[in-house]
Design a protein around this ligand. Structure first.
Ligand SMILES: Cc1ncc(COP(=O)(O)O)c(C=O)c1O
Length: 425
């Protein structure tokens, strides 16, 4: 068979740096040539050679219902005939904002943007503007998009490439960013505008917050008058219907969203109370804008997705993921390796090792596991068996609502085989 994946990737590399529009897709940390996807349906994607993969990437969490859900496709078909962008208010953005604010207690207003990066960048600016303070605290191994101030000690692709941050980011841009270890409540002072946290760290594989960590952040922020920002770009409307606030019982001052709320189209949002959001232009002095913000296609798809899921769906998915996690661990251990598959709601991580280990609680512990060389052969052995995991050990598995029990059974069987391959490597 002609190697169409290689041919497309060669063409891509000629005109796109590294052949990818986002470094995590590049296979840099696992080696080899990425498969080039032509279509996706439910839990599966198909590449240019016609190979179907059981997909645990799911656009890094953007698709909750699986690819090309028929009702989402239908709503998009309808929306596209009405025009795709106007530069004027639309009903669609109101409907999505209503759907979000109705679900999340305390989230009174949202401003829609076009990516998670924009959402977090704007929330940080708003926090600084509203508090008139400069410093931001972020946690080692959390990823908050690629805006300058936050591109330090990041997880996900930054970690995969082995980078401490990024060239091109000035010392000044990160001079007000303080990095603290995850799962330790830092001592703040009155220069801190905001503490920014992934309520479940899902860009350093998966690290759940330890008991009291999020509540401790809340209390410490209150003590010094700093704002607490939950970056829910991954957890929002995926952890459960209302995200981390309901799940952990801790209320932030600002929320950032992305991924699920665009139903597979480019969207992001940040929000909070009316009082804090009133600092935002046109009401207040903090400027933020976007030509395609609140795009009619993205808002239609996002609102449709939210309308299709009920609390029971999240509970059912979380229960299936918990049992999947246990079976994955057994499957790896049947091959003579050790595993931890931490699950938080429907979010699932997977760590492999040759020796027994405790599930990591911070980025330093994660790095030891993710750099032990096992993921690379494991990833390729899975891909050969038509199961697509993210091409990097720092990512998590996204089990969508379209993954059936037999899909998960198949994945467990393949994990047992792939772990044997990794063990021999
Ligand atoms: C927690 C978190 N925040 C922000 C972002 C940035 O979102 P985007 O890639 O849509 O810019 C990501 C992306 O993976 C993320 O996981």
């Amino acid at each position: 068979m002609t190697n169409l994946n290689q041919a497309w990737f060669d063409r891509a590399q000629a005109v796109i740096p590294g052949g990818v529009d986002s470094p995590v897709r590049s296979f840099r940390s696992v080696g080899g040539t990425p498969y080039t996807v032509v279509r996706g349906l439910g839990a599966y994607v198909e590449d240019v050679e016609g190979t179907r993969y059981l997909d645990f990437v799911q656009s890094y969490g953007a698709s909750l219902l699986g690819h090309a859900h028929p009702e989402v496709v239908e709503v998009l078909r309808e929306a596209v005939t009405q025009g795709t962008t106007f530069g004027a208010p639309t009903p669609g953005e109101v409907l999505l904002a209503e759907a979000m604010t109705q679900r999340v207690t305390g989230l009174e207003q949202v401003r829609l943007v076009s990516s998670g990066t924009e959402a977090v960048m704007s929330a940080v600016r708003l926090a600084r503007g509203a508090t008139r303070r400069d410093k931001i605290v972020k946690f080692d191994g959390c990823y908050h998009g690629h805006s300058d101030a936050l591109l330090v000690a990041g997880g996900s692709g930054v970690a995969q490439m082995g980078l401490p941050g990024s060239a091109g980011v000035t010392a000044g841009a990160v001079g007000d960013t303080i990095v603290a270890p995850y799962n330790v409540v830092p001592r703040l002072d009155e220069t801190v505008a905001a503490v920014l946290v992934e309520p479940v760290a899902a860009n350093m594989n998966l690290v759940a917050p330890t008991e009291g960590f999020l509540a401790g952040l809340r209390a410490e922020c209150d003590r010094v008058g700093a704002l607490l920002i939950f970056d829910e770009v991954i957890t929002g409307f995926r952890l459960d219907l209302a995200g981390a606030e309901q799940y952990f019982g801790v209320t932030p001052d600002l929320w950032c969203f992305g991924k699920v709320i665009g139903g597979g189209l480019p969207v992001g949002a940040f929000g909070g109370s009316r009082r804090v959001l009133s600092s935002l232009a046109p009401l207040g002095p903090v400027y933020q804008a976007g030509t395609l913000s609140g795009n009619p296609l993205a808002t239609a798809a996002g609102a449709k997705v939210l309308s299709l899921v009920a609390p029971a769906d999240y509970d059912a998915l979380a229960a299936r993921v918990a049992s999947f996690a246990a079976r994955l661990t057994e499957a790896v251990e049947s091959a003579g390796l050790y595993a931890a598959a931490p699950a938080e709601g429907p979010l699932l991580g997977l760590f492999l090792a040759r020796e027994p280990f405790a599930a990591p609680a911070n980025f330093d512990e994660v790095k030891v596991l993710c750099e032990n060389g096992l993921y690379r052969p494991f990833f390729h052995a899975m891909l050969e068996r038509k199961v697509a995991l993210a091409p990097g050990a720092y990512e998590i598995l996204f089990v969508s609502m379209a993954h059936s029990d037999s899909d998960l059974d198949y994945a467990v069987e393949m994990v047992a085989q792939a772990a044997k391959v990794a063990a021999r490597s």
